[in-house]
Design a protein around this ligand. Sequence first.
Ligand SMILES: [Zn+2]
Length: 157
Amino acid sequence: MKPNPADTALRTDMMEGRLVLDGFLGDDERPIPEIVWEDEAQLAALGLTVQDLSKVMRALTRKGMEGYGEPVAEGEYTVVTQEYMGFMGCPFKDNRRAAKRNTTVTNQQGEQFIWSDLSLHLIEAHGFFQGKGSVYRLEPVPLARFLNLSQPVVSQE
Ligand SMILES: [Zn+2]
């Protein structure tokens, strides 16, 4: 695929050290629209959209904020939000910025997902779960299962 200039500029901004230390892309060399499309396609195969996930994630973050850093129970989950000083700008340059807030969600099996407000915005507004190899990437299908939005695949054995 021939990269278009806008995508190239966006990639450069997202590369390690430009906007945030660890970058958004990891070692993923696919064009950003392709990353977005492939993740969306995986969710579509489960009958889900990006919004199905981000809605539940945002609700969990809001719930966690009620605890001001202390764990909050929400259904089968325990949610903790931690806030830090400052904001992070969206790398898609839509003039959106997100509070530096992390949401840690743990289920009763001890499985855990962590997202920042910026990660949540990237998913919600851009369908971008970040590149493979990025420490902040959220794998959409395991995340959907974790959020009880899809049933586990039944083994054929
Ligand atoms: Zn944005």
